[in-house]
Design a protein around this ligand. Structure first.
Ligand code: DON
Length: 304
């Protein structure tokens, strides 16, 4: 296996020199307090060896990155029935866009835009006894790390300002594609998005998507077909209207969040997570995208 230490150190050195770091998200007020100078990167290779640099041990709000984890849990519980309620096509639209939902009768384009993740959360609310604690345990177990928690302040902050998510949920409900009431589903959705993790923790959780559904402790969470499909959805939909650009520049399946995190993976090789809170115009971490482009270009390692 490769020694990734020189490349992660170089990436952090270069990131610190970048003058334009992008804009920290402010539509969720609690996120706007984060220091835009933070930058961390972690790589976890298939053998379980970690390479860390910068602020890689500091926790941040993973936001939309959680959509991959709720999808994984819902897919395990609901099986192929899930695809009757959410499609698998890239939307080409921003993550919080609503017009396609109206035109396509309340079936979201994919599970990684907000509307799709809300339907996935509805499936989890229907299938779990205690949705919030059961989902948290699922994530903690995958990472073998009980210190992962929700950030209630972030969840409450989004609940107060998440008007577009309320609009999406009511629209989905009007088409009969939401079984539970809007408040319950969104309370769960906002909490799942509020999960706090560091880059190091993110690579441990996403290890299952890199390692054929098996976690670091070799427990199986997803079958091969499920892993293939979730990775395909990350590649085509993980960066919304910038998914093409991410595939073009980086060439890995991955997922971003408005907290400035990005996680990506090369099947059977490594998981990588970056954190830089400043976002570009499409809502993806500006320096995180540059860092991952550097990583795959300089190592020659991508799915292509
Ligand atoms: O629903 C929202 O708007 C946020 N909780 C998550 C959005 C997000 O992270 C988009 N990602 N880049």
């Amino acid at each position: 296996m490769l020694d990734y230490s020189p490349i992660v150190d170089k990436i952090v050195r270069e990131a610190k020199q970048q003058a334009n770091k992008g804009e920290v998200a402010s539509y969720i007020p609690e996120l706007s307090c984060v220091d835009s100078n933070k930058f961390g990167i972690s790589i976890l290779d298939k053998n379980g060896k970690g390479f860390h640099a910068g602020d890689s041990g500091e926790q941040f709000s993973i936001q939309s990155i959680s959509k991959v984890l709720s999808l994984a849990m819902a897919y395990s519980l609901a099986g192929e029935e899930l695809w009757k309620r959410v499609d698998v096509e890239p939307s080409g639209d921003p993550f919080n866009h609503l017009s396609l939902l109206e035109m396509e009768n309340g079936i979201p384009r994919n599970p990684l835009i907000n509307a799709g993740a809300i339907v996935i959360c509805d499936i989890l609310v229907s299938n779990l006894k205690n949705p919030k604690s059961d989902f948290l345990s699922y994530v903690q177990n995958i990472a073998n790390d009980p210190s992962i928690t929700y950030d209630d302040k972030v969840a409450e902050s989004e609940k107060r300002t998440g008007f577009r998510n309320y609009a999406a949920a009511y629209l989905i409900k009007s088409f009969g594609n939401l079984e539970n009431d809007v408040e319950t589903v969104l309370d769960f959705y906002f909490h799942s998005c509020s999960l706090s993790m560091s880059c190091e923790q993110l690579t441990k959780v996403f290890y299952i998507f890199m390692n054929r559904g098996n976690c670091l402790k070799n427990k199986n969470y997803l079958n091969l077909s499920q892993v293939k499909r979730i990775n395909a959805i990350m590649l085509t939909c993980g960066f919304y209207d910038e998914a093409g650009e991410f595939a073009f520049e980086v060439g890995l399946p991955g997922k971003s969040g408005v907290g400035g995190g990005i996680v990506a993976l090369l099947p059977n090789q490594f998981c990588v997570a970056t954190w830089s809170p400043g976002l570009n115009k499409k809502g993806n971490s500006k320096l995180g995208m540059l860092a991952l482009e550097k990583l795959t270009t300089e190592t020659g390692l991508s799915i292509f």
